[in-house]
Design a protein around this ligand. Structure first.
Ligand code: ATP
Length: 251
């Protein structure tokens, strides 16, 4: 199968710390893939390497048939990868609608931060409307995003990522801070997006959520891959139980 994203023996070393060590993984098209593992295992570093925030010390990253290991992050975003962050990153004072307009690459340069939303181009406008609709944020369109509940702010971040028109959506702990109903609603929404052809790579500690959503899982531990497989395979892997899931009661 041709994969959308492939990492081949990727390592990232900070000074003496080997945050990632020979990690190989792949994301097939139209699939939801999860990355799990204990705190400090290297999950966010992995996201940072894929999105160009960090350069891999060794190894290759190929996306959509292109070797992009050394690409800067804006080029990677234009190639079709969008992400959200573990710590929500929303701009102070900007409404939900403004967030959805400014994220889009074809909206030009920094001017998009100061131009009133009415000057947005029609494509950006349509994408923002779609994202607003998909995430059920219509009622909050003109609300300053940072004043919303934590769960809604997470949705704004995801909607913003979606407006860039990605082929791969990368979510860093998307249900952190969400209650059970919000998480379940998001799970169904992500399945719907996957059904429409989007690939999703996510980091998450909420094991019931991960196990019910992902087609494939990778388990990181101390920067190395400990296991990979379907949720059922990973759940019954003794090494994973020992290093990680043994301490998670609810999966
Ligand atoms: P968590 O689940 O707590 O978010 P994680 O699996 O995402 O953890 P990372 O944040 O990727 O783990 O960290 C992996 C290791 O790399 C840690 O030892 C961390 O201290 C180290 N690390 C990450 N970023 C840097 C950096 N910029 N400089 C130095 N060390 C770093």
């Amino acid at each position: 199968m041709t994969h959308l994203l492939t990492l081949d023996n990727v390592s990232k070393i900070f000074g003496g710390i080997r945050a990632l060590s020979n990690v190989s993984l792949s994301v097939p098209p139209d699939r939801i893939v999860g990355v799990i593992g204990p705190n400090g295992a290297g999950k966010t570093t992995l996201f940072n390497v894929i999105t160009g925030a960090y350069r891999a010390t060794e190894g290759n990253v190929v996306f959509d048939g292109k070797e992009m290991t050394q690409w800067p992050s804006h080029r990677i975003m234009r190639a079709g990868i969008a992400r959200t962050f573990q710590n929500i990153r929303l701009f102070g004072g900007m409404t939900v609608w403004e967030h959805l307009l400014v994220a889009q690459p074809h909206q030009g340069n920094m001017l998009r931060l100061v131009l009133p939303a009415r000057f947005a181009d029609p494509v950006a406008w349509r994408r923002a409307e779609e994202a607003l609709d998909i995430f059920g944020l219509g009622a909050y369109r003109d609300t300053v995003a940072r004043t919303l509940s934590y769960g809604l702010q997470r949705k704004v971040e995801m909607a913003r990522a979606l407006t860039t028109g990605p082929k791969l959506l990368m979510l860093d702990e998307p249900v952190a801070g969400m209650n059970h109903d919000e998480a379940e609603e998001l799970r169904l929404l992500l399945l719907r997006l996957q059904g429409q052809g989007l690939s999703i790579l996510l980091i998450e500690h909420d094991m019931p959520f991960v196990m019910r959503l992902c087609h494939q899982l990778y388990v990181l531990n101390f920067g190395s891959l400990l296991a990979e497989g379907t949720p059922a395979e990973v759940r019954s892997n003794p090494a994973v139980l020992d290093a990680y899931l043994g301490s998670e009661t609810a999966c």
